[in-house]
Every structure is written in C-alpha cells, then in structure tokens.
Design a protein around this ligand. Structure first.
Ligand code: HSE
Length: 431
C-alpha cells in the first residue's frame, strides 16, 4: 500500500457533501484496500461553520471561501457540490484545475453549459473531471458507457432522468390527484425543490441528456439543441386515458443518431405498459442504451439524494486514486465531432390527442375532416361519458405523422369551436 494518502477537499456541505464524508469514513478500510492507499477528507468549504451537522468539523481545515480551498496545496482532489450553472461553482473548478487538482462534480447544469471549456482546461492541466454523479445519481451510467459498452457503437439512449417528475407522474396515476396537489406534496416531502422549475419543465432532464449524448455519440455537448417540454400540462384525465389505451405517461429524455444528425428531445410521452421503463416508478431513474452487437441494456436506481449521489462521487474519487484518469466526455476534446443536429421538425411519430367537446352531432366529423385536411391519419378514437350541457373528452391516437401537421389540424379544430378548451396532445413512443 502506498504511504501517500489521496487528500480530498469538499466544497458544499449539504446532504451530498455530508454523504461523501460518511462513505469515505464508514467504508474507509474497503476503499483504501481497493485504492492501495488511504483516501482522506482534509478540508471543507461551506458558508456556515457553526451549523450542527452531526460530526466533528475540527478534524478538517475549514475554508469559508471555496476559491481559497481551490488553491490549497495540501489537496489532490476537490469535490464540487455547491451547484449552480455559473458563478462560484464554475470559478471554483477553473481555479482548482489551474492549481493542479482533479475535480469531481455533481453539477449537471454547469457541465451542460460549460463542460467543453472545462474539459479543455482539464486536459491542458493533465487533470480529470469526474461527472458520474451529475447524471442519474447512483446509476453508474457514465461508467457503463465508458467501460462495459466502450467497444460498441451506441445509436440510441433514453431514460427517466428526473426523480421529481417520475414521482409526480407515478403519484398522479396511483391516486388520481392533479399535478398541483402532488407537486405540493412532493415539496413537503423534500422530493421537489421550493422552486421546482428546472425539474418539472424538463430542464434538469435536458442537462443530463445532453451530457449522456455527448459521451455516447462522441460529439461536442449541445444542450441548446435539446427539444424540451415539461409535465405541467399533464392532467389526471390524460393519465387515465393512457391507462385505458395500454400506456403509462413518463417524462423521458431521448437521444438518437438519425440519418440527418443527432436528435435530442425531452418531453412527456406515452410508453407501452409492456415495456420495462413503464414500470420504473416513484423517485427512481432508469436509462436504456441501444447499441450494435449488444442491443438494449437497461440500468435502474435512485437518481438523487445523499447516498446515491455520494456513491457516484466516491466512485470517481476511487478512479482518481487508482490513476484511472479519464476525459470528461470520454474522448479528448479535439476528437469530439461537432454535433450535427436533427431538428425537431424532422421528427415523425404517433400521437395521442384529447379534445373537450360539447357532445352534439357533427363533432367527430369536424375533428376527422381537420385531420384529413392536414394529412394526419387516425388510428383509434374514444369518447367517454355523455352530457348535453357539459364538455366531454374525446381522445384519439394517430398513425405516424409529423408534429407540424398535427398542430395545424389541432389549430383548425380549435378555430371551429367544437372544443371548449385548447386540444392537448402527447407523443407516443413504441421503442
Ligand atoms: N432534482 C433531480 C431529480 C435530482 O428530481 O431527479 C438532481 O438532478
């Protein structure tokens, strides 16, 4: 065993930072055996030194300024769990690299935006930036692509990458409650942030998807080109109809190599109940990759929280301790191709559409004519309930079409006044 311990500095002492300290301390004998050297936390940076955190802080050098810790010569690896896509977290990582430290971070927003620049800086300095914790928490998906799948070409990946959304959609389905009520409950339980925008509007999923597609397809990260829709508009009625039609609604991130480029999209979709991903429920995440030779592989686990995220951070630290240094996006930055983007307008798929109509003669005909006029072919139609005075739902599914044609048809139906509210539509995925 080497006499030289690996010395760690942790910036950010929320649940994940504390989780890293716990794992490194409680698992110290197995970790040092696996690394052939000790791995010790020597310094911590957080705002409040006086807050009770359940362990003795006097064992660590305390930096109230993380940027000062980034220059501490007694540290080999810094762990960034401050968060935020710019500002202190970015400055901290840049300064740490300039000061010859390896970096491990859980910060998907930062990597999605500034990852390429950070990867270049790390390469120049000969240092590693480990990002396993940035995507799907405790699921070792970056390692799976880097190691187990390193010899094959991945042409598609998709997954449930946000536990908050998956929890909300699962609860809505199980209890029939509406989005706002379940979101409030998720906030009370600590699953959803006080400001849940990034989660429920699909942005957090898009950050993770952009990172995965760069790694899987060997191209420069391109977060801006991800098509993003969130789950705010999903209603209990759509969830019930999905069930009746043999589907579940999931917020998926999907990236695919197509003939014209890489398509990256995040949106709620109906997935067949017969597929494994339909059964990933609650706060769980899952990722499916599809590649040559191996076909589909699926990974499932907890995507957030103290233990899962800290597990991923510690795994990156162990790689660094073993000098298994890697490029942030697996390939060196000068080998990453520019991403050719397949625009969303090139996407074709099947759709579910719901109309709230006053139940009178000619409504179906109006809907069918508008679809026909725009070249959209219906697959099935369903009406539930009968009321002369109140709106009733009519739902239909379409054969494969492009979204622009469907939207033109739905706009024509809305203009015709047979509906009492704007039609809703959700993409159907068959995989
Ligand atoms: N807020 C994320 C989620 C975890 O709900 O899955 C961190 O990305």
């Amino acid at each position: 065993m080497s006499n030289t311990p690996l010395k760690i500095g942790i910036a950010g002492l929320g649940t994940v930072g504390i989780g890293v300290i716990k794992i490194l301390s409680e698992q110290s004998s197995i970790i040092s055996a696996r690394c052939g050297r000790e791995v010790n936390v020597v310094a911590i940076s957080a705002q409040d030194h006086t807050k009770e955190r359940g362990f003795d802080l006097s064992n660590y050098v305390w930096h109230s300024d993380p940027l000062a810790m980034a220059t501490n010569e007694n540290i080999d690896v810094v762990v960034e769990v401050i968060g935020g896509s710019s500002g202190v977290a970015k400055d901290f990582i840049e300064i740490a690299i300039k000061n010859q430290k390896h970096v491990v971070t859980a910060n998907k927003a930062l990597i999605a935006g500034a990852g390429l620049d950070l990867a270049r800086s790390a390469e120049l300095a000969g240092k590693t930036i480990g990002i396993e914790a940035a995507v799907a928490g405790g699921i070792p998906i970056v390692k799976a692509i880097r190691e187990g799948l390193s010899g094959i070409g991945i042409h598609q990946l998709f997954g449930i990458l946000n536990g908050t959304c998956n929890y909300i959609l699962s609860e809505m389905r199980e209890t029939g409650r509406d989005f706002d009520e379940v979101l409030r409950e998720a906030q009370d339980l600590g699953y959803a942030e006080a400001d849940p925008t990034f989660d429920i509007d699909g942005i957090d999923t898009a950050h993770k998807l952009a990172i995965l597609s760069s790694i899987a397809f060997g191209c420069e990260i391109n977060f801006e080109s991800v098509h993003v829709e969130g789950i705010r508009h999903i209603s209990p009625l759509d969830i019930q109809f999905a069930k009746d039609l043999g589907y579940r609604i999931k917020l998926l991130g999907m990236a695919k190599k197509t003939k014209i480029g890489i398509q990256q999209r995040v949106h709620p979709c109906m997935v067949p109940i017969s597929t494994p991903i339909a059964h990933v429920e609650g706060v769980y995440n899952a990722v499916v990759t599809e590649g040559s030779f191996v076909g589909q592989t699926m990974y499932e686990g907890r995507g957030a929280g103290e233990g899962p995220t800290a597990t991923a951070i510690v795994a990156d630290i162990i790689d660094i301790a073993l000098a298994r240094n890697t490029n942030l996006f697996l390939l060196p930055t000068d080998k990453l191709e520019k991403m050719h983007v397949a625009p969303m307008s090139s996407y074709r798929g099947s759709y579910y559409a719901r109309f709230m109509v006053i139940d009178k003669t000619g409504v179906f005909a109006t809907i069918a004519n508008a679809l026909n006029d725009n070249g959209v072919s219906m697959e099935s139609v369903l009406q539930r309930g009968r009321s002369e005075s109140e709106a009733v739902p009519v739902v239909l599914t379409t054969h494969e079409t492009d979204e622009a044609s469907l939207i033109r048809a739905l706009e024509a139906i809305e203009r015709s006044k047979v509906v009492v509210e704007p039609p809703r539509f959700i993409k159907i995925e068959s995989f």
